[in-house]
Write a protein that binds this ligand. Structure first.
Ligand code: FAD
Length: 402
């Protein structure tokens, strides 16, 4: 589809040599964005409403996206991906969500592979990464539990060591791809005996065909209904020790924190995508709809609203791209990432709400896509850390632990 850029393409030589900033995307990045836009505009519009209504994962579109290289594009070439960065991943996610958030979440079928690529052993990378990009497997990451949401240190899922295996028991809640995944990265208490609380955790790769594993699909979600979500149960699931990511005891918590750093940038791009898509719809609508003998677009109140929406989207996009660029250059900044994700979540909800308002009563009816965008937008304020948790992170960096 497109050649991956060399890392140096992203950074203008001026950056290093003269210390100047450069906000221009590379030609390769523009090409990737365009390819993503064309794919989403070609594949999603005719079917998005139906997948949403049926709460069904769009398997055929996912397959096509795999064939074109969109799925797992950040995975290194030797493991089947394109070797692109997280900034490019965010840009593709934004374009997909701009056309339809539910279908756009086919990009989350690699959720957790970032961990394998960062911390996995060579055997784990070879085993779990290539099937994801080839359309042969789907994965997810299971952290949340019924009694441990924001407070992830309180999880109870136990991986009890038994010889060369772990025996997993417990349950997980709201797991993306939970009922369609071939394997899940499961955050669990792998070393409950460790004296340091932060060292008690591990991330285990669990194949979903192991005896004792079960998943119950959650229906009736408000939005992103084409994205699969499930409740998971582990009833003494035996998993070999070699499935522990990185084969290193006590590293699970720091591994999951790094996954959050990456996926909060990606969640921010979802907020921007849904906001941009809502803005596009509003612009198109107010240029057609007449009241009081004139187009809605000619009222100054409408013009101001459109200008405000565009301002929020652009501000959120710049923060997200900056956070993604920094990740790709090894400069991980959790405060900036939380700022980007918090703002993008609010912008998605606000702009979708404003866009629906501009549609009047028609916006309230499912025949108009803005009704679905309004429902879809909310999730960005909830998953990958609620907006309150993002604010906790930002405040902690500024005030220290209180
Ligand atoms: C569609 C969907 C997909 C999801 N996908 C996944 C997935 O793939 N994997 C996974 O592990 N999880 C997933 N989740 C779970 C999601 O990450 C959690 O719902 C989220 O972290 C919040 O946890 P909770 O729902 O238990 O809410 P709670 O933690 O109970 O929070 C309830 C409210 O209290 C607030 N709150 C909590 N603690 C504080 C505090 N210290 N200060 C201020 N306010 C606070 C929260 O911000 C929130 O407003 C998904 C959820 C949904 C809805």
């Amino acid at each position: 589809m497109f050649d991956p850029p060399k890392k140096n393409d992203i950074q203008s030589p001026k950056n290093d040599e003269e210390g100047e900033m450069d906000f221009e995307l590379t030609n390769r990045q523009k090409q990737i964005r365009l390819a993503a836009r064309e794919f989403a505009e070609g594949e999603f519009p005719g079917v998005a409403r139906e997948y949403d209504r049926r709460e069904e994962f769009p398997r055929d579109i996912w397959k096509k996206a795999c064939e074109l290289g969109f799925i797992g594009l950040f995975i290194k070439k030797e493991y089947g991906g394109l070797g692109l960065g997280f900034l490019e991943f965010a840009m593709v996610m934004e374009e997909f969500w701009r056309v339809d958030p539910g279908c756009g979440n086919i990009l989350l079928t690699t959720f957790g592979s970032e961990l394998i690529q960062l911390y996995g052993t060579e055997e784990q990378k070879k085993k779990y990464l290539p099937p994801l990009t080839k359309g042969k497997a789907i994965m997810g990451t299971a952290i949340t539990e019924p009694d441990a949401g924001s407070d992830i240190l309180s999880i109870l899922t136990l991986a009890k060591r038994d010889g060369d295996s772990y025996v997993l028991s417990g349950s997980k809640q709201f797991i993306t791809n939970g009922s369609i995944a071939n394997y899940l990265a499961v955050f669990c208490l792998a070393h409950p005996e460790a004296t340091s609380r932060l060292k008690r955790f591990g991330v285990l790769m669990v194949e979903t065909d192991r005896p004792g594993f079960s998943a119950i699909k959650i229906t009736g979600k408000m939005g992103i209904r084409a994205s699969d979500t499930a409740e998971i149960r582990f009833n003494d699931v035996r998993v070999p020790r070699e499935n522990l990511i990185g084969m290193r005891e006590g590293e699970g918590f720091s591994q999951i924190m790094q996954l959050f750093n990456i996926n909060r940038v990606i969640a921010a791009s979802q907020g921007i995508g849904v906001a941009q898509g809502a803005l596009d719809k509003a612009v198109s609508y107010v240029k057609k709809r007449k009241q009081f003998g004139q187009l809605l677009a000619t009222f100054q109140a409408t013009q101001f609203k459109i200008a405000e929406m565009a301002t929020w989207v652009e501000a959120a996009r710049n923060l997200c791209y900056q956070a993604g660029w920094m990740l790709d250059h090894g400069k991980v900044d959790p405060k900036l990432i939380s700022i980007a994700k918090y703002l993008a979540g609010e912008v998605g909800v606000k702009v979708a709400n404003d866009a629906l308002q501009l549609h009047g009563g028609y916006g309230y009816i499912a025949d108009y896509d803005i009704e679905r965008f309004y429902r879809d937008a909310k999730i960005v304020e909830i998953y990958e850390g609620t907006k309150e948790i993002e604010k906790n992170t930002i405040a902690r960096e500024l005030l220290g632990r209180m």
